[in-house]
Design a binder for this molecule. Structure first.
Ligand SMILES: NC(=O)c1ccc[n+]([C@@H]2O[C@H](COP(=O)([O-])OP(=O)(O)OC[C@H]3O[C@@H](n4cnc5c(N)ncnc54)[C@H](OP(=O)(O)O)[C@@H]3O)[C@@H](O)[C@H]2O)c1
Length: 325
């Protein structure tokens, strides 16, 4: 079968598709014929060995995928060959086949195309876990989403609206702000412009943001924290800007605000019941089409480099997806 293989950590241009053996089944596993795999910012860091945890070499990138069950280990129930599934794993999605633990697979609800299925898991799980379990976002509160047109950002816009918040989408271009408004944001903010915080203050009648969802980092995080409402919660999602900000402790004191970390990679181990509850809610919404995952752009398998490049060049709107079959 064909798979993207990272033999040594490198720039994405130097990574290629190779012919490798189809993965073997072992107890507890399901082999899936992958139809679509998504690429997130984290995948771009992983191939270069720049992520906080390193995947042992060689490896195939891609932690989210959608496909059809090919074959099942004899000890696994509930996944007949031909069943459409969505999965989230550590890596391996950018391949024609993947063997994944049955516990990491979910039956795809009717009417959800593979591109949507592949775009669903990490971003929406991060958004709902962050906004509900960590940020305790309540209906009627104000949510400020930074990087609002990116993968995790646009998911937070949609989920924030579903939780009843007033959502402000901060992004660097008019195209990105309009994209976020199309998916439910109440207004856009150009955070590249000086004075964007004054605009937020005006829009919220001086109240500020009850919850700040921050996948960007850098100086922008410090600016945003200064606009937090009393009893506000600033959610640390990531550092797409490449800079980890250093917040002076007098600011939380003066603002009466809290800084809260969010790490999807740890919730299965640390809060399994919360993770299960959040996943169940997301699948309920997905099955009822209460929301539809935003598929940004779809690339052919042999153009997978472009999916990664869209994120490093800051041009991605929504989730980047690679069509495998
Ligand atoms: N905590 C968790 O559990 C968790 C889970 C998933 C992802 N993440 C993190 O969330 C972050 C975003 O991931 P993503 O997949 O949503 O990425 P993405 O789709 O590329 O979005 C990132 C956004 O960040 C903004 N940005 C600002 N400076 C940038 C720069 N120098 N380069 C690229 N983007 C820049 C861009 O918006 P503007 O152009 O509008 O500024 C962009 O839309 C990453 O740091 C990732 O590691 C964390």
């Amino acid at each position: 079968m064909k798979a993207v293989v990272v033999e040594h950590y490198d720039r994405i241009e130097n990574i290629t598709i190779k012919d490798v053996a189809k993965p073997d089944l072992s107890p507890g596993l399901v082999r899936v014929r992958v139809q679509a795999a998504a690429v997130g910012f984290v995948d771009g860091l992983k191939v270069q060995g720049l992520y906080q945890t390193k995947d042992p070499l060689p490896f195939t990138p891609g932690s989210e995928f959608a496909g059809v069950v090919d074959e099942v280990a004899s000890d696994v129930d509930g996944f007949a060959p031909g069943t459409p599934v969505i999965g989230m794993v550590r890596n391996g999605g950018l391949a024609e086949y993947i063997c994944a633990p049955a516990a990491d697979l979910f039956v795809t609800p009717n009417g959800i195309e593979p591109e949507m299925g592949a775009s669903f898991f990490a971003n929406y799980l991060t958004a709902l876990y962050a906004l509900s379990a960590r940020g305790k976002l309540r209906s009627g509160e104000t949510l400020l989403v930074l990087g609002a047109a990116g993968g995790v950002g646009i998911a937070a816009v949609q989920v924030g609206k579903l939780l009843g918040a007033r959502v402000f989408a901060a992004a660097s271009t008019e195209e990105k702000r309009q994209f976020a408004i199309r998916f439910g944001a109440d207004a856009g903010l150009d955070y590249t412009r000086e004075g964007w915080r004054d605009e937020l203050k005006e829009l919220t009648d001086g109240h500020g943001a009850d919850v700040i969802y921050d996948p960007v980092g850098g100086d922008l995080s410090l600016q945003a924290f200064r606009s937090i409402a009393w009893n506000g919660r600033h959610l640390v999602i990531g550092f797409a800007s490449g800079t980890i900000p250093a917040l002076r402790f007098n600011l939380p004191l003066l603002k009466g605000g809290a800084l809260l970390g969010v790490d999807l990679a740890q919730i299965g181990r640390r809060e399994p019941e919360v993770r299960d509850r959040v996943i169940a809610q997301l699948f309920t919404w997905l099955s009822s089409k209460t929301f539809v995952p935003v598929v940004g752009k779809v690339f052919a398998f042999d153009r997978f480099h472009e999916a990664f490049a869209a994120m490093t060049t800051r041009t991605a709107l929504g989730k980047m997806v690679v069509r495998i079959d």
